[in-house]
Write a protein that binds this ligand. Structure first.
Ligand code: CTP
Length: 400
């Protein structure tokens, strides 16, 4: 989320808070939304006010909190219909069984439910309640009704609940809620597309505790996968070993070696529309793997290395309808080397970066790239975060 700072600048989020113990988490949610740059207004039910006062939400959101449908002062400042119109997205978090039931049946008997009925924007409902209440068929049916009407139900998470029970019912992780809000506010330009992204380094082992690798962090590939999910794609991420958490909504397959990566990618290829190979695949692996740890001796050791498959080249030669995007990591002759890879691997586009430049390449949070197209065109992009760069690259892939 840190890298998404300001991503919701200019967006308006209306947060509806209903009465459950998770109300205290909703305060943090307001901070999270504000940190993403959004303007936030809060509507609370009477029961929510029993847990945390409106004053707390007012202090964090910087806006008067709306609670009473018949308060003349509030209606004068912004009417409930106007508020529903104001919102780009409406998030009900936490949503109690009671409020879910009311929304599912069109009951509008307080400020929040009246605004929900009047809203034409996307509404995200984040249930939070005791496990038994959540599993009650009435609640389950109500949630199905909501989904059928086009509401987006997020969570709940599983775990220990305030009442001591264990199971589903916790308010979904706040970062996941925020991720869904970002997605709801993102144009679905990749809807219906199957996207395959590779990321990270590969490990080429020569005994059980040692391997050859490179310093790739996986950040660029993970950012590409995350942005594709936000734009509505069905995303599979094949990742070499990294410290990163898989982006929300993305199917992540973990691999170690180039051969494992190759198998995982080839298995997905037929059904894929767009492949983005951001992984730093090792070109060689040790010829022999010793099943026991190699002990040191007096003599030097010579290890024989053999070629790994060139995954992207393989995909390029089997290309049918797929769009293929590669990344070129270079230290010299950036354009010439990248162009040679674009042609020899039958790519549609290659993103070339000088990995020896400061603020670019492995492990950096930023990157400076040139994009080369099949048409011969070359485009130079300024230094930017890998997240911003991922959006720029997707804009260009969509244009292909
Ligand atoms: N790639 C691949 N399989 C390999 C090596 C690279 O699929 N065995 C992919 C990378 O994921 C990247 C592109 O090919 O998208 C270019 O990778 P890069 O390491 O820059 O170039 P190589 O083709 O390995 O050539 P060289 O190392 O000689 O520069």
């Amino acid at each position: 989320m840190g890298s998404d700072k300001g991503i919701l600048t200019g967006k308006k989020i209306l947060l509806g808070v209903t009465g459950g113990i998770a109300v205290y988490k909703a305060v943090e949610l307001v901070r999270l939304f504000k940190g993403l740059g959004a303007a936030v207004r809060v509507v609370m039910t009477e029961n929510a006010c029993q847990f945390v006062t409106p004053l707390t939400f007012q202090a964090i959101s910087g806006e008067k909190v709306l609670t009473d449908l018949f308060d003349p002062a509030s209606e004068l400042a912004i009417g409930h219909i106007e508020l529903a119109r104001w919102a780009d997205v409406l998030v009900v978090a936490p949503a109690t069984a009671n409020t879910i039931a009311k929304i599912a049946h069109g009951i509008a008997d307080d400020y929040l439910t009246t605004v929900v009925v009047a809203a034409t924007c996307k509404v995200l409902v984040c249930p939070a309640m005791n496990t038994k209440m959540y599993q009650n068929p009435v609640t389950q049916n109500n949630l199905e009704l909501l989904k059928g009407y086009g509401y987006c139900v997020i969570g709940p998470g599983k775990g220990e609940l305030a009442c001591g029970d264990k199971g589903p019912g916790r308010l979904e992780d706040l970062e996941i809620i925020a991720e869904h809000v970002i997605s709801a506010l993102t144009q679905k330009s990749l809807e219906g597309k199957r996207v395959l992204v590779t990321a990270g380094p590969t490990w080429e082992a020569f005994d059980p505790v040692r391997f050859f690798t490179n310093p790739s962090s996986g950040k660029m590939g993970y950012a590409m996968a995350k942005i594709a999910w936000r734009r509505g794609a069905d995303v599979t991420l094949v990742s070499g070993p990294t410290w990163l958490d898989a982006p929300h909504g993305v199917k992540c397959k973990k691999v170690k070696s180039a051969e494992e990566m190759c198998d995982a990618v080839v298995a997905e290829y037929g059904d894929t529309d767009i492949v983005v190979m951001a992984a730093a695949v090792s070109d060689y692996r040790p010829k022999h793997f010793t099943p026991s740890k190699i002990k040191k001796g007096e003599d030097d050791v010579v290890l024989e290395m053999i070629r790994n498959p060139d995954i992207l080249k393989k995909l390029g030669s089997a290309k049918v309808h797929q769009i293929l995007v590669g990344f070129a990591a270079e230290t010299d002759e950036l354009i010439e080397n990248a162009r040679e890879k674009l042609v020899s691997k039958n790519l549609d586009m290659i993103v070339a970066n000088d990995v020896s430049a400061p603020q670019a390449g492995f492990r950096c949070d930023t990157n400076i790239v040139k994009i080369l197209y099949k048409s011969g065109e070359i485009e130079e992009l300024p230094c930017m975060s890998k997240e911003d760069l991922a959006s720029e690259i997707w804009d260009r892939i969509e244009n292909l």
